[in-house]
Design a protein around this ligand. Structure first.
Ligand code: CP
Ligand code: NVA
Length: 301
């Protein structure tokens, strides 16, 4: 049995296997071919934070595969009234074939995994967002036909998505440049782990340096869930780290612009770039469905 708490819970071969499966499932869906490999299986989905894409893509993935999903807002289940994470994991394991959880603290998914008898999938924590990275890599492969050897540039806050991308890029052999203001750098342990995995990782305060000759430009919100109290300070500190036409102009002529969404036009990305010819953000959002289908098949079928 395997959990997905960090993108590094998958090997590079497993990532490629999931992307291949996702491509196949995507093509089958277009042709209306159905598979019911998760028939009679249920996925419990614990959410401590809001979600549009992750929730809906997991629910549709389960439904497309003949299974069933159960959305559990943490405020509505007994966890919200003090039942322990370990008891919750043990009880859910008696009912369902998998648990996905979006949590405030990464420790919660670790505790769930420790006490669960079924696979646990991190649907975003303060530290990582591995499901997002599978969809991102699927999208990059669709546009660039490869991952290895590309230059990936992250512009903005060195947050949970950035952490998973650093590790993911290291695994698949993509160079990554991360540009963020002082104090917003990605987690130092993650960067060290990425380098141990052989990653070519450049952390800089200069967005132009990061964007230069990039194949992929990527950003995310400046105010992540849980950071709302710092909103004003963040908007001011990150003001020079917007993906706009100037940065697009420094990158490769066929650069793709990515954003995990939700986006705030005029903050981390200009409306012009978000709507422009380089943007692949809605393909990227769609691919959450196909990548997660492959993932749950691998972990739960
Ligand atoms: N990108 C992403 O995880 O979106 P949601 O917060 O809407 O799930
Ligand atoms: N970094 C963002 C990602 C949202 C999908 C957050 O944690 O809110």
């Amino acid at each position: 049995m395997k959990h997905l708490l960090s993108i590094t819970d998958l090997t590079s071969d497993e990532i490629i296997e999931i992307l291949d499966m996702a491509e196949d499932l995507k093509e089958k869906r277009v042709r209306g071919k159905v598979t019911d490999l998760l028939k009679n299986k249920s996925l419990a989905m614990i959410f401590e934070k809001s979600s549009t894409r992750t929730r809906v893509s997991f629910e549709v993935a389960m439904s497309d595969l003949g299974g069933h999903s159960i959305y559990l807002n943490s405020r509505d289940i007994q966890i919200g009234r003090g039942e322990t994470v370990s008891d919750t994991a043990q009880v859910l394991s008696r009912y369902v074939a998998g648990i996905t959880a979006r949590v405030n603290s990464h420790k919660t998914v670790e505790d769930l995994a420790e006490h669960s008898q079924v696979p646990v999938i991190n649907a975003l924590s303060d530290l990582e967002h591995p499901c997002q990275i599978l969809s991102d890599f699927l999208t990059i492969r669709e546009y660039k036909n490869r991952l290895k050897g590309l230059k990936f540039a992250w512009i903005g806050d060195g947050n949970n998505v950035c952490n998973s991308l650093i590790l993911g890029c290291a695994l698949v052999g993509m160079e990554i440049a991360v540009a963020c203001p002082e104090g917003y750098e990605p987690n130092a342990d993650i960067v060290a782990k990425g380098r141990e995995l052989g990653g070519n990782i450049n952390v800089t305060n200069d967005p132009q340096e990061a964007a230069r000759d990039a194949d992929v430009l990527y950003t995310d919100v400046w105010v992540s869930m849980g950071d709302e109290e710092e909103r004003e300070k963040r908007l001011s500190d990150l003001a020079d780290y917007q993906i706009n036409s100037e940065l697009v102009g420094l990158s490769k002529h066929n650069v793709i612009v990515m954003h995990c969404l939700p986006a705030h036009r005029g903050e981390e990305i200009s409306a012009e770039v978000m709507e422009g010819p380089h943007s692949v953000v809605f393909d990227q959002a769609e691919n959450r469905l196909h990548a997660q289908k492959a993932l749950i098949l691998k972990l739960m079928a």
